[in-house]
Write a protein that binds this ligand. Structure first.
Ligand code: TYM
Length: 331
């Protein structure tokens, strides 16, 4: 069975972009692949965190994994720090990453360009840790949204570099970026990605948003004055974004189909249909989230997932350390 791995970094609440770009694919693939889905808590602390809020966000993230349909009997769900090999291989990967490569990573470059102060060393080197997260498990595919593709490409480069230097250590994975929904944009500014760090809180729909608030966000989404529901991300970014959301939430409905349904109809009608689809999905997720919270399923899932993940990760770390010549007593 081929293997897949991915993770989410809950520095805030999970949002619709995380669901459409990543989480729904974890669920979709859990039968076809051996799935590893983890919660990237080491990545969370690359930016300042309030400890209580962080703990709540981590718990919510697991609860949402389960509420969205990941099944601990079919997928391995675990917390990154429960498998210590992540931090250890992360350091080794960091020593094999060039500063020039890290300088080219757009996420860090963007933060620098915005003049953000006191950025941490962890934030700078986090693509190396992400490479370790992936390579520990030799996955065939890494399902991610568009913004993480560059990091998976760096992971491939590092795997090839180390394989060339030390002999075959890692399987070289491929990013899996869906055609539709890999980059959901902010509802209030469709030139920006929907993100946890949305300052206005109008452009981002959180999976745990109150349904009325979510509906309002969709109804007030920025559109254009072309008066035509047409898929054209360049000239109609707001409408095209809403179409991507609708398509992703309705079994990848073709864009032509959506265009035909709304031909000659106003944006109000169209937005109502998008809001209905979003609210139906949120309601379903939130109902299951509440069940999960009171069921004890979170702890059970994490324990089981970490056990399975540790076996593979420890074995890989030992192999790498040995190949590099770091061990005295061979394990
Ligand atoms: P993170 O937490 O920023 O995002 C988690 C996943 O959600 C996708 N995503 C989006 N997809 C579509 N539209 C959006 N607006 C949107 N925003 C986020 C992301 O592409 C991602 O797939 N570094 C990673 C976490 C990570 C990881 C890994 C992922 C750590 N180690 C190893 C895969 C493999 C991150 O910060 O994702």
């Amino acid at each position: 069975m081929k293997r897949m791995l991915s993770g989410i970094k809950p520095t805030g609440q999970l949002h619709l972009g995380n669901y459409i770009g990543a989480l729904r694919h974890f669920v979709e693939y859990q039968d076809e692949y051996e799935m590893f889905a983890f919660i990237a808590n080491l990545h969370c602390i690359t930016v300042p965190q309030d400890p209580k809020e962080l703990q709540q966000n981590l718990r919510d993230c697991v609860a949402l994994y389960l509420a969205c349909g990941l099944d601990p009997d079919r997928a391995n769900i675990f917390l990154q720090t429960d498998v210590r090999a992540h931090a250890q291989l992360g350091y080794i990967m960091c020593c094999h990453t060039y500063m020039g490569e890290l300088n080219r990573m757009t996420q860090f470059k963007d933060k620098m360009a915005h003049g953000e102060k006191n950025l941490s060393g962890g934030l700078y080197t986090y693509p190396s840790l992400m490479a370790a997260d992936i390579l520990l498990y030799d996955p065939d595919y890494v399902p991610v949204g568009e913004d993480q593709k560059q990091h998976v490409e760096l992971t491939r480069d590092l795997a090839i570099r180390m394989n060339n230097r030390y002999g075959e250590l890692f399987h070289v994975p491929e990013p899996l970026v869906a055609k539709v929904g890999a980059r959901i944009m902010s509802l209030s500014d469709p030139s920006k990605k929907m993100s946890k760090s949305d300052e206005t809180n109008k452009g981002c729909i959180y999976l745990l948003d109150d349904l009325k608030a979510a509906r309002k966000k969709v109804m007030s989404a920025v559109t254009d004055n072309c008066a035509k529901v047409h898929f054209d991300p360049e000239n109609q970014p707001g409408i095209s974004n809403l179409m991507q959301i609708l398509s992703s939430l309705s079994d990848e409905r073709p864009m032509a189909d959506i265009e035909a349904e709304f031909e000659g109809r106003g944006y109000g009608d169209f937005k109502r249909s998008v809001a209905d689809a979003v609210c139906a999905k949120l309601e379903d997720i939130q109902n299951r989230y509440n069940e999960v919270l009171s069921s004890g399923a979170i702890d059970r899932a994490l324990e089981k997932g970490a056990q399975r993940a540790s076996v593979l990760a420890d074995e890989k770390l030992a192999k790498v350390q040995k190949a590099i010549g770091m061990e005295i007593i061979t394990k």
